[in-house]
Design a protein around this ligand. Sequence first.
Ligand code: SME
Length: 168
Amino acid sequence: MTNVARSVPAADKAIAYKNVRERIDALLVGDLDWIAAMATVACELHNAFDYFHWTGFYRNVDGKNLLIGPYQGGHGCLHIAFDRGVCGAAARTRQTQLVDDVDSFPGHIACSSSTRSEIVVPVVTPDDQLLAVLDVDSDLPGAFDSIDQRALEDLCASLGTMFGTART
Ligand code: SME
């Protein structure tokens, strides 16, 4: 099967991430709270890449459970325990989960039957608190690569630093 996402030249993808990051950085200034920031990031990312079909955050509410946060795309499941799914694995391990084929990930939660691949990046504060995870799903298999991973991890690291005192 042709993988459209990976046929995007790496340089173009990197430029797209540079551009969207500049927009996000310009927007996340002033009197903003964590919810406003998550909503802005989800919107900007989702509209910057054709191969993102669901883009959003799940918030860490009690160290064991994630609850849906701001997102773009179709309906997302509301609650994910840390011991479930790709998002739970990212929350539990605090490591990015890059899944080329969701069917091969044990316990993957199919919010949309069209999802083929997924990347989930934890948002961690400098004092090691997990705020949320950023989840991006694609209808294409193997849509995400090391360029996506690096750019999204860099963004989430900045969010963790900027909103390190938010806990909701
Ligand atoms: N696929 C995710 C669940 C969230 S939705 O896809 C929006 C998971 O397995 O954690």
